[in-house]
Design a protein. Structure first.
Length: 223
């Protein structure tokens, strides 16, 4: 059984406020979803103007991505077989420059070990104006290098925010966060160096902005 502190961290790590992903509880399909097989739903207003992915844009198979940052180039492979809607949304947002010049606003260093990114405002409240469905399989593991979606703690509330696991957090994270990719070893090492410098504890002990700022400058997919 988790300690009270660990259990609390498992709840709060991805939910600094109830609007952590710019999501609402609405299940109304996004107006411009274009009949896509992924059931996008309207969320809180987008913090950057984006177009919801259309029906012909659904990703399949393994999708390589490059995340350019101020700490180096991070390489990852996204798994569109396990999480097609999540990967489709991520790639679509990247292609529209949504992640350009976006800070990674949160680093946790106790009980759960993740670097959270994907909010252009850097507040933990920003999202793309729509939410994406959970793609859970019941056996989620949050091992080092895992990419997973943040959410508000409510079902189907993911948006643009995601987290990078830099140390195994499977034991203390609820299996409610869609796993959609994996960093390579060199990229994981770069994130671990940032984590070693700690957070500013602005959200609580071992939970806050990374002391070494991390900024995503651009995300590209393919080749």
């Amino acid at each position: 059984m988790l300690t009270r502190l660990a259990a609390l961290a498992a709840t709060l790590v991805l939910v600094p406020t109830l609007a952590a992903c710019g999501a609402s509880s609405s299940s109304t399909p996004a107006a411009d979803s274009g009949g896509t097989p992924c059931p996008w739903a309207k969320g809180a207003p987008a913090v950057r103007k984006v177009t919801v992915p259309g029906p012909t844009s659904t990703q399949t198979g393994s999708v390589p991505v490059t995340i350019d940052t101020n700490i180096g180039t991070l390489k990852a492979t996204l798994d569109a077989t396990a999480a097609p809607c999540t990967v489709t949304s991520f790639v679509a947002l990247a292609g529209q420059g949504y992640f350009d010049n976006t800070p990674c606003h949160r680093l946790t260093t106790e009980h759960i070990y993740v670097l959270q990114c994907g909010d252009p405002t850097g507040t933990g409240n920003g999202g793309p104006g729509y939410t994406i469905p959970d793609e859970l399989h019941g056996a989620e593991a949050y091992a080092p290098g895992t990419l997973a979606m943040a959410n508000t703690g409510q079902p189907n509330s993911g948006g643009s925010q995601f987290f990078i696991v830099y140390k195994d957090s499977t034991a203390n994270l609820q299996k409610i966060y869609t796993v959609f990719g994996q960093l390579d070893k060199a990229s994981l090492a770069a994130v671990q160096k940032v984590a070693a410098k700690g957070s500013d504890n602005s959200f609580g002990p071992g939970d806050g902005a990374p002391k070494q700022p991390v900024t995503i400058t651009k995300v590209t997919s393919g080749g």
